[in-house]
Design a protein around this ligand. Structure first.
Ligand code: G3I
Length: 359
């Protein structure tokens, strides 16, 4: 049965009007899981999620991830934080397990991330100030990690979050201090390209939809690097949004980001119901706003030229595992930013996304 978009939204809002206590099961809100269409079959481009290999030990997560998504973003286990051991040895069990899962399920891997200002294991931090030693360790790491997954990943986030939160400048980091602001960036891209010539190489940042200054600084960086012949193959805009984001902001941002002509990855989409830890309005109003923002993101993404539709990734499967639930990240344990509830049942926003993907 094909619900018209108006009928679907009416039913969605009617369900949300139940004002159920947050965290309630979705079983009564949506048809049984079996009738949920596979989102990967509806999307005209790769539709992804973020996974950590230990989540595969929960059968419902593995099942939903395989059924609904044809691309997986490695949320943790292809970062230095996981790979680099205190003695400098590298470990790959988590990344290898995700790679095997994706291979078994016909899914592409978006590998995240080689270089990140926030990820500086002691093995590298101890080299701070020793340029040659840092160069050797940095180059060796990028070559080994990108080389290990050569031919097995579709793309890499090579440098993650290069722009400051305020948005006017590029970040100062262990990497930029020792290898140069442009130097560390160019090095990582060139070495990753050498190690895996077929991988699409991205740089990726957040708040590009809510901070036009940051978006401009980020795009200026990308353009400058493109003009220098750096092998940048795509732009990632994370889109960790919340229900207080004004209508139109996502549309404006995606159009601006696409203006460079590169493939665009909406790389980490989620929509918090609790912006800055503050509940504004009823749950019904917040869930309606959340649906509006998912729809706007998908509609404005679909409006991009097909050659620039690299993929759209939701940052996780179930609300229960969302980083936005983690108080150590300033999150709220009651937040519900994703498409499936704590039990893995599709939420009203799932049905709105299915309808939006149908176009
Ligand atoms: O798996 C280990 C577990 O064995 C251990 O007991 C536990 C306590 O140390 O840590 C667990 O690993 C955690 C991992 O998430 C899996 O849950 C790491 O400590 C924790 O640092 C890691 O957090 C990730 C975070 O990036 C930092 O890497 C989040 O899952 C991930 O969602 C978050 O993702 C970032 C993107 O990379 C960049 N954009 C923002 C986004 C959200 O912060």
């Amino acid at each position: 049965m094909r619900l018209s978009r108006r009928a679907l939204l009416a039913s969605t809002l009617a369900l949300a009007a139940c004002d159920r206590p947050i965290g309630a099961t979705a079983a009564a809100q949506t048809p049984p899981k079996g009738s949920a269409p596979a989102l990967r079959d509806l999307a005209p481009y790769p539709f992804g999620t973020q996974l950590i290999s230990t989540e595969l030990d929960t059968p419902i997560i593995a099942e939903l991830a395989a059924r609904h998504f044809d691309q997986v973003n490695t949320g943790f286990e292809l970062k230095m934080e996981y790979i680099v051991q205190p003695d400098g040895r590298l470990r790959f069990e988590g990344g290898d397990r995700l790679a095997a899962f994706c291979r078994a399920n016909g899914q592409a891997i978006h590998a995240h991330t080689l270089v990140w200002y926030a990820d500086t294991p002691d093995w590298f931090a101890r080299l701070d100030g020793s340029r040659r030693a840092m160069e050797a360790a940095y180059d060796g790491y990028v070559r080994e990690v990108a080389g290990r997954y050569a031919g097995r990943v579709r793309a890499w986030d090579v440098v993650n979050e290069p722009v400051t939160d305020e948005g006017s400048d590029l970040r100062d980091s262990l990497w930029s201090r020792n290898l140069g602001q442009d130097g560390h960036f160019i090095r990582a891209f060139e070495l990753a390209h050498e190690a895996d010539p077929n991988a699409i190489l991205f740089t990726n940042d957040y708040n590009l939809e809510s901070n036009p200054t940051k978006r401009r600084t980020f795009l200026n960086l990308v353009e400058r690097m493109m003009n220098r012949g750096v092998p940048i193959g795509g732009i990632g805009t994370q889109c960790h949004v919340s229900v207080d984001l004004p209508a139109g902001a996502l549309t404006t941002a995606l159009r601006d980001i696409a203006s460079l002509g590169l493939p665009v990855h909406v790389s980490e989409f989620d929509c918090s119901l609790v912006p800055d830890g503050i509940f504004r309005g009823s749950q019904r109003e917040r869930e309606a706003d959340q649906i509006r923002l998912y729809e706007e993101a998908l509609e404005s993404y679909a409006a991009l030229p097909a050659r620039q539709q690299y993929g759209f990734t939701v940052w996780g499967v179930r609300d229960a595992e969302s980083w936005l639930r983690r108080t150590d990240y300033g999150g709220d344990p009651s937040d519900r930013p994703l498409l499936f509830d704590d039990l893995g049942q599709p939420k009203p926003v799932f049905w709105a996304v299915a309808e939006a993907l149908r176009g």
